[in-house]
Design a protein around this ligand. Sequence first.
Ligand SMILES: CC/C=C\C/C=C\C/C=C\C/C=C\C/C=C\C/C=C\CCCCC(=O)SCCNC(=O)CCNC(=O)[C@H](O)C(C)(C)COP(=O)(O)OP(=O)(O)OC[C@H]1O[C@@H](n2cnc3c(N)ncnc32)[C@H](O)[C@@H]1OP(=O)(O)O
Ligand SMILES: Cc1cc2nc3c(=O)[nH]c(=O)nc-3n(C[C@H](O)[C@H](O)[C@H](O)COP(=O)(O)OP(=O)(O)OC[C@H]3O[C@@H](n4cnc5c(N)ncnc54)[C@H](O)[C@@H]3O)c2cc1C
Length: 673
Amino acid sequence: MASAGTGKMTVNPDIAKERRNAGFHVENLTNFIYHGPERVRRRRYMQNIALQDPVMKDSKPWAFRTREEEYELSLRKQLHVLQRQKDLGITDEFDKFYYNEATAPNENNPVGLHFGMFIPTIEKHGTEEQKKKFVQPAKDLKIIGTYVQTELGHGTFIRGLETTATFDPKTQEFIVDTPTLSATKYWPGNLGKTVNYCILMAQLYSQGKCQGPHMFLCPLRDLTTHQSLPGVELGDIGPKFGFNANDNGYLRLNNFRIPRINMLMRYSKVLEDGTYVKPANSKLSYGSMVMIRASIVGAVSRALAQACVISVRYSAVRRQTEVSPGGPEAQILDYQTQQYKLFPLVATAYAYHFAGQAVQSNFLNISKEIEAGNLQQMPVLHALSAGLKAFSSWGASAGIEVCRMSCGGHGYSLASGLPKIYTNITPACTYEGENSVMMLQTARYLFECAMMVQKGQRLPDLVSYLSMDLSAKSCMTSDVALGCLVKAYQHRAARLTNAATAVVQRHINEGQKPTDAFNMASTQLTWAARAHCHQYVVKVFVTTVTEANIDDRTKAALTTLCKMYAVNGIMENLGEFLQDQFFNTDQVDILTRKMMTLLADVRPDAVALVDAFDYHDKVLDSCLGRYDGNVYYALYEYAKSSPLNEKDVLDSFHKYIKPLREGQATSSLPSRL
Ligand SMILES: CC/C=C\C/C=C\C/C=C\C/C=C\C/C=C\C/C=C\CCCCC(=O)SCCNC(=O)CCNC(=O)[C@H](O)C(C)(C)COP(=O)(O)OP(=O)(O)OC[C@H]1O[C@@H](n2cnc3c(N)ncnc32)[C@H](O)[C@@H]1OP(=O)(O)O
Ligand SMILES: Cc1cc2nc3c(=O)[nH]c(=O)nc-3n(C[C@H](O)[C@H](O)[C@H](O)COP(=O)(O)OP(=O)(O)OC[C@H]3O[C@@H](n4cnc5c(N)ncnc54)[C@H](O)[C@@H]3O)c2cc1C
C-alpha cells in the first residue's frame, strides 16, 4: 500500500476507482524503483520514524513563515535529526537519505553543504594528516563548513577567480586575500551565518608564480563565540527566488593567514620551502563538482516525480466541463490534451530516475579508478556528468512548470506544493556549472570523439555509436520497437555531432582560430550535446526495462512508459530526426499515431504509476496531491490558516480605506454617481 497519512477522511471516489482499475500491482513497481521490498520497507520505516517525531509537527504551513523563521526552524530540525539518527544508530547512507527526505522536503537545510560537500571534499582531497585533523571534528559539528568558490565576478570561469592564497615560507602560512570587489565570494550555501570554516577556492601563489585555483581549509568564525575572525567579513546575501532556509553568503578576506597544512594536499602540494608539486591532472581539484553533478540527475528526477504525483492525482479528482450537455463533468485526466501534458512527464520522471542511477554508478566506478591512480576515464566522466546534469535539470524544471499550469488556478497557490518544488530545483540549472556551459563541455568531448572517428580510432563504449553509418534509414515499423527507437536517437546525435564538427572545421579552414571557430559553432555543438544526453537517457531506459526482472504486467506498464518517453522526444524534436530523411513521412505518421495510442494505454494506469513513487503526503506537502484526493477540503483549511484571516477587519482598513471614505463623504462629489 502506498503511504497515505490522511486520517479518517473517506477517499475521493474518483481516485479510489483509478486505483481499482490499474493494470498492474503498484507495490511491484515501487519495489522495482527502490531496489526490492526490503529497501522499500526500510525506506518507509525510516520516514515513519522521522514523521512521527513531535519536532517535525509544524504549527503552520511553511508558506506562512518568514525567512528568519524558516532558517531557524530548518536548522533546529536538522540538528535534532542528526542527534536522533545518532541515538537510533542510523548509519547506513540510504537510511539517512530517506530519513532526511521526510524531515525537510524540497528544502536545503543550513548544514546540507557541510555534509554534502565540505566533508566529502576533505575526505577526497585531503592528506591522511588533514583527514585526521579535520574530518572527525567536522562530523561532530565542532567545525561546520561549506564550499566557497564562486565570486561576484566569476562563477563559470574558475581560472578567472581573483581570490589569492600566497605562500609565506617564513611563517609557513598562506595569506588569503580578496583583492577587488569582484573577488568577493558570493553565493556559497550556508556561508552567511551558519558555518565557521570553508573550503576556499583561491589562486595559489608560491615563489612568485601563480599555479591556478586550489582548495584551502579556511577558518571564518571563532569556534566558541561564532564571531567572525579578524580579517574576515561575511554575511547573508538576502532573499532569493527560493532556498529560503538557506543562508547563501558573501565573504571578503583581508590578508588573512592560515597554516600551510590547510591547503588540501592530496594531489598537489606546496613544500616547506615553497616548491610547488603539481597534481597528475589539474582538473582533479574539480572533483567535488563532478560528484554533485552526478547526483543532481537523481535529485531532479525526484522533484519531477513529486510534481507528477501532485498533478496526476489532482487531475483524477478535478472535474470540469460537461462533455455532452447535461451529462456529468469529466475528470480532467480524461482530456487528451491534459494527458499529453502530463503522461510524457511521468515517463520522463522514470527516465531520469534510471539515468540518475546509471550516472551515479558510473561515477562510483570511475571514482574508484581515479582513487587508485588511473585517471584515463576522467574526461568520459566529466562529459557524462556535466551533460546529464544540464539535460535533466532543464527537462525537470520545464516539466514541473507544465505540471503547475496543468493544475489551473490552484497550481499557482503555494498550497499546491508545486512552486516550492520548482524554486528548490530550478537553480540546479545554474549551480554546479551553468547548463549551457556544461553542455559545451560535453560538446567539446564529442568534438574530440568525432575527430577520432575521422582518424579511424576506436571510441570508448559510451560514445561508440558516433561511428555509425549515417546513410542508413530508420528501421521503424508500426510495432515501434525499442531497438529502432534507440537507433533513431543515436543517429540523430551522431549526425548533429558530425554537423557541428564540420562547422568548426570549416571555420578553421577559413582561417579562424580554433577557439573562435568553436564559439562560432557553439549553438550547434550544444544541440549535439543535448542529443547525445537524450540518447543516453533513452538507452538506459530501454536497457533497464528490457533487463527488468519483474512480473509481466508491471513490465508492460514500464515498457509503455519507455516507448512514450522515446516517441515523445522524437515528436518534440522532429526537425532534427527528419533532417537527413532518416525517417520518411509514413514513419512520422506511425509515430504520431503511436503517441496517441500510448496516451490511451497509460490512462488507466496513470494514478498507479505516480503512486508507485511512494511519496508520503507529508513529503509532498500539497493540498492537491493528497493520497485521499480530498483537495477541496485541504484548500479550504489552508485558506483559513492564512495569517491575513486572523482578524476579520484588518488595521489597514482603519488606516487607509475608512479615512478615504470619510474624506469622500465631505468632498464635493455629486451625491449620485
Ligand atoms: C545546502 C545544500 C544542501 C545539500 C546539498 C549538498 C550536497 C547534496 C548532495 C547531493 C546533491 C544532489 C542534489 C543537489 C541538491 C542540492 C544542492 C544544493 C546546493 C548546491 C550547491 C552548489 C555548489 C556550487 O555551485 S559550487 C560552484 C560550482 N561551479 C562550477 O561548477 C563552475 C563551472 N565551471 C567549470 O567547471 C570550469 O571552469 C569549466 C569546466 C567551465 C572550464 O574550466 P577551465 O577554464 O579550468 O577549463 P580549461 O582550462 O579550459 O580546460 C578545459 C579542459 O579541462 C577539462 N575539464 C574541465 N573540467 C573537468 C573536470 N571536472 N574533470 C575532468 N576534466 C575537466 C575539459 O573537458 C577540457 O578538456 P580538453 O581535453 O582540453 O577539452
Ligand atoms: C542556489 C544557488 C546555490 C549556489 N551555491 C553555491 C555554493 O555553495 N558554492 C559556490 O561556490 N557557488 C554556489 N553557487 C554559484 C553557482 O555555482 C554559479 O552561479 C554558477 O556556477 C554559474 O556561474 P555564474 O553565476 O558566474 O554564471 P555566468 O557564468 O555569469 O552565466 C551567465 C550567462 O553567461 C553564459 N556563459 C558564461 N560563460 C560562458 C561560456 N564560456 N560560454 C558560453 N556561455 C557562457 C551562461 O551560459 C549564462 O547564460 C550557487 C548558485 C545558486 C543560484
